[in-house]
Write a protein that binds this ligand. Structure first.
Ligand code: NAD
Length: 272
């Protein structure tokens, strides 16, 4: 590369760094604006939630419905889907349910065309479905590893297919939905489903690029990249990070307690 070309690249990089200062200030100012002024409306929009038959997915369905959205839930569990539909209808919302195994690419395409015909174009897609093995890497059978990738990663490719879409990535710590039943956390409190669902919905409505929960965990991401690897590992162990999964049992009950879900509905009616 010629010297002049290198110089231009360096100058452009420096300019990009300077604009980052501007964007940081912009974010700071925006964060001072109350959330109620920053949320976009989803009234009448179609919101498709994968894994809407349980946990966070169900709560997202209820919260989006409380804001006037038409809900579509895709879940491998027909029973879970039906319960979500019942709760959404009971709260005065609209809900369409489809039993879909997200590992099955053709079933996803089929459900997508049914939704288009029966409900309309999807405005917001919440890729929420997920599974966890809870086993160490060496104890995980091949089938479980493959299934985890199929549900948690590959399904995103079958479900998406548009360009120019605004995306929100959500990175939560452990949540007490039952998925990670048995985990122990010494320092960071295990998150409440209601809090996570509210933050996810707000993140989507405010067009946030990334939602890290709890938000102070951003510091850990920074530390991971600046500490030497051995130092980071020591810190992780000192905080008990390596022990959190040792009593993992996974989901024992099939769902959130009904009383918990009713409380959430009540909250939704209040914020709506
Ligand atoms: N619970 C936690 O501690 C935690 C932490 C970090 C991330 N997450 C992620 O948050 C999301 C929601 O988790 P949750 O705690 O509500 O779990 P959950 O088990 O309550 O809900 C997951 C839903 O996904 C559905 N699902 C699973 N496999 C599917 C498939 N093949 N096709 C269609 N649906 C399928 C399940 O039936 C279930 O209704 C998941 O993606 C999970 O990985 C959870």
């Amino acid at each position: 590369m010629a010297f002049s070309e290198t110089l231009i690249t360096v100058l452009l990089a420096l300019f990009a760094l300077l604009t980052s200062v501007y964007y940081a200030l912009e974010s700071l100012v925006i964060s001072l604006v109350p959330r109620k002024f920053r949320r976009k409306s989803v009234e009448g929009q179609v919101v498709l939630v994968t894994g809407g038959g349980s946990g966070i997915g169900r709560l997202i369905c209820l919260k989006m419905a409380a804001r006037g959205a038409k809900i579509v839930t895709w879940d491998v569990s027909t029973q879970g889907n039906e319960e979500t539909k019942r709760l959404v209808l009971e709260a005065g919302g609209k809900c369409h349910v489809y039993t879909v195994d997200l590992c099955d690419r053709l079933a996803v395409y089929d459900a997508a065309s049914k939704v288009k015909k029966e409900v309309g174009k999807v405005d917001i897609l919440v890729n929420n479905a997920g599974i966890v093995t809870g086993k160490t890497f060496k104890d995980s059978p091949d089938e479980l590893i493959k299934k985890t990738f199929d549900v948690n990663i590959m399904s995103h490719f079958w479900v998406e297919g548009y360009t120019g879409v605004k995306t929100t990535v959500v990175c939560p710590y452990y949540i007490s939905t039952g998925m990670f039943e048995g985990v122990q956390s010494k320092l960071i409190p295990i998150l409440k489903p209601e809090f996570v669902a509210s933050e996810v919905v707000d993140g989507i409505l405010m067009n946030c690029t990334i939602v890290i929960l709890p938000s102070f965990c951003r510091i850990l991401i920074l530390l991971k990249h600046i500490l030497p690897a051995k130092g980071g590992w020591r810190l992780y162990k000192a905080c008990g990070g390596h022990l959190t999964m040792q009593d993992f049992r996974g989901r024992l009950k099939n769902d959130l307690k009904e009383s918990e879900t009713k409380d959430n509905l009540l909250n939704d009616r209040i914020i709506a």
